[in-house]
Design a protein around this ligand. Structure first.
Ligand code: COA
Ligand code: ZN
Length: 304
């Protein structure tokens, strides 16, 4: 199996995680982002600029971002569903935005209230706006590996959206497995279908236990950028059955043991997953958070 020396992780718990929980206080969001900023992570998706009616959890995005301690070595970004959201992100001072469009019609309508074609039609204008503000645009293609309403999504359909994103002037693309329908086979088929020189990132959810297998499959195919979420928080409020992202500490734990560098301090990350758990007030599903790293030893039983 091919493996790179280094993988770049983007932490998404403050956005993908907290959008899917009962609203938490602004101060807790700031505390979580600040703690993540001290783990060695180099990329954090901090907030989204979406309709407060659609996602009340993100209504305080600008307030959160204004108060967060900003580290020069970290690339912070914000997600937006439309031009209005991108405008708000730029006004708040972000220089990296992620625009979400789904590969499937039904999920795009459920998520952002319009057709895929309408989302794509707005992209050139969004990219121009970002360029004027010296900001970068990544297009996140949700439901890339399957749609909860339509089932399988043809890799060719995802490839068409990648082309549209590139033509519109986006600088990067990401493939979202919104409801964890991806499998190693689907990852391979998607990468076979997509031909682009844009940097590619994969965003896996562990809904059905396939996230780490998917990640390894993508790694073997040369993908070195992944989203992950501390404690495995995450989910899309507009996709029935959506559950957590692959847990950042599980990804880091596995990659470090393989000799793949992430720049992340695993102990600090596990402590931060503990903080995330405290903030949402329920036990999280991450195995590494629950059991500790594989190097952590239990006391030997006393001889009898
Ligand atoms: N930020 C804040 N408010 C926004 C906004 C944005 N980016 N885009 C639109 N709005 C406001 C409009 O001004 C309008 O406000 P009003 O009711 O006070 O007049 C309201 O939201 C509805 O706007 P409209 O254009 O009619 O769109 P809609 O109701 O179909 O909603 C979205 C479309 C995209 C704004 C909404 O579906 C959304 O925010 N989705 C985000 C989904 C999401 O975050 N999913 C998880 C991450 S993938
Ligand atoms: Zn997600």
């Amino acid at each position: 199996m091919y493996q790179p020396d280094r993988v770049s992780l983007r932490e998404v718990a403050p956005r993908d995680g907290l959008q899917n929980e009962p609203p938490v206080p602004t101060a807790d969001k700031i505390r979580l982002i600040d703690a993540l900023g001290r783990t060695g992570l180099s990329r954090i998706e901090a907030v989204s600029f979406v309709s407060p009616k659609a996602v009340p959890q993100m209504a305080d995005a600008a307030e959160v971002w204004a108060a967060v301690e900003k580290h020069s070595g970290i690339r912070y970004s914000a997600l937006a569903p439309n031009r209005r959201g991108v405008q708000r992100a730029l006004e708040a001072g972000f220089s990296a935005v992620e625009v979400v469009v789904s590969a499937s019609e039904s999920h795009n309508r459920a998520n952002v209230g319009r057709s895929v074609a309408d989302s794509l039609a707005e992209l050139p204008d969004i990219c121009a706006l970002a360029r004027e503000n010296l900001a970068s645009v990544e297009v996140i293609i949700a439901t890339s590996f399957g749609c909860p309403f339509e089932g399988d999504v043809a890799p060719a359909q995802v490839a068409r959206i990648v082309e549209a994103a590139q033509e519109a002037g986006a600088g990067r693309v990401a493939f979202g497995d919104t409801t964890g329908m991806g499998t190693p086979r689907r990852v391979t088929e998607l990468l076979d279908a997509v031909a682009t020189d844009l940097p590619m990132l994969m965003h896996f959810h562990d809904t059905r236990g396939t996230a780490l297998a998917n990640l390894l499959t993508a790694l073997d195919r040369g993908v070195t950028e992944f989203d992950a979420s501390v404690g495995g928080l995450g989910g899309c409020p507009f996709a029935p059955g959506a559950s957590g992202n692959v847990a950042t500490e599980e990804v880091v734990h596995m990659l470090h043991d393989m000799g793949v560098e992430t720049g992340v301090d695993l102990d600090a990350l596990i402590r931060t997953a503990g903080l995330a758990q405290e903030i949402v007030g329920r036990p999280l599903e991450s195995g590494v958070l629950r059991a500790g790293p594989r190097t952590e030893l239990a006391p030997k039983p006393e001889p009898v």
